[in-house]
Design a protein around this ligand. Sequence first.
Ligand code: FAD
Length: 409
Amino acid sequence: MKPVVVVGASLAGMSAVQSMRSGGYGGPVVVLDASPEMPSDRPPLSKQVLAGEWDLDRAALPMARNLAELDVDLRLGLSAVGLDPDSLELSLSDGSMISAGGIVVATGSVARRIPGEVPSGVFVLRTGADALALRDELDRGPDRVLVIGAGFIGAEVAATCRGRGLEVTMVEAAEVPLQRVLPTDMGSFVADLHRNNGVDVRLGVGLDSFLADENGAVRGVALTDGSEIAAQVVVVGIGAVPDVSWLEGSGLELLPPQEGGGIRCDESLRAAPKVLAAGDCASWPNGSFNGERMRVEQWESALEQGTHAGKQMLCEIGAGQDPGPFCTVPWFWSDQYDAKIQMAGRAGPGDEVHVVDGSVSEGRFVALFKRGGECRAALGVNRPRLAIRARMKLAETLAWDSMLELFEP
Ligand SMILES: Cc1cc2nc3c(=O)[nH]c(=O)nc-3n(C[C@H](O)[C@H](O)[C@H](O)COP(=O)(O)OP(=O)(O)OC[C@H]3O[C@@H](n4cnc5c(N)ncnc54)[C@H](O)[C@@H]3O)c2cc1C
């Protein structure tokens, strides 16, 4: 019997395995991962691990704790370098091939880097190894940490470094933090949150070049406005890109960045018959949002997509029922200082923002994002229960009036 091969042993891939096993599948499963170590669960990396509160072991993926029960042939340090969707064959980095009965592609994303050579002391944060390397440098007590990019990762790194008592400058080329995901006034809230916690926030200015000492170690950066900032540690948090270049020429459709990137899947996460994609690398039409094509780089989505892909795989290979289309309300959380930020749905820069509970100035509120007659997203800051209820409502309906009813006194 040919195995189901899962490419990527992180959250989406391991969720797919878990879901196949809970669906009663007892056949062979091979899991490949390019990383020589079992991937860590990523959210604690920018929070507890970087803060020095947790060992990396504590940030293990939940499924990594019961690998024996999952009964997988786990091959770490081995990459898939090609995939033939017709023959279901995968070519591997050691020159070998695997012939599969079905394939789940869960290769996630990688941190976007500044092109060209960078001095030592410049970090990205994606993997457990990245977190440990950066933490070692923070342990040395640099005079200043410079964070390039005020997206969620950059903002969390800045908050964690402040929590460690370090001086931090955060530089963002856009006019407000999180411009890609939040309308301007909500991004301003995030900028104020950091300023109020002692971060030197520089907006609307980009990186011109790194400054290095004679040993090739970073000593600061020059910015596009002509200013220079001295820093011994620089963290580049300028987003992630789906890790799908290995699929170029495979026949699977890869979307260009302007269409969100990733592997084009149907509503059931199928990229081809018996070839599914899940997690950060998958783009699919989300039935919960009128079929809008989405690629979501969020923990909960990777877990849910992996689980769905596992069920769908059983259907594809004749070992389970059709689970129907994959529909979800994206859900994200971020912990920065004493702010628990939670977001359900998908906001866009042009959305109208309505604060329907609490107040932004007190740092406890729920904001709804309106487009046409629809509520597209809800943002909760230190309002966990309401944020969850808003997510449940979005899963029922996007109708604006229905959402407002939830917040009526
Ligand atoms: C520091 C950090 C903090 C985060 N915090 C939050 C948070 O607070 N809240 C939230 O909602 N989300 C958060 N996220 C996002 C969330 O963790 C990701 O969306 C999630 O990890 C995606 O899981 P995945 O399995 O799709 O991909 P990944 O976790 O990227 O895993 C993909 C795996 O595939 C492997 N791989 C890649 N290419 C190949 C290949 N060709 N062959 C074999 N293996 C391959 C990689 O080695 C990797 O292990 C955070 C992410 C990071 C980096």
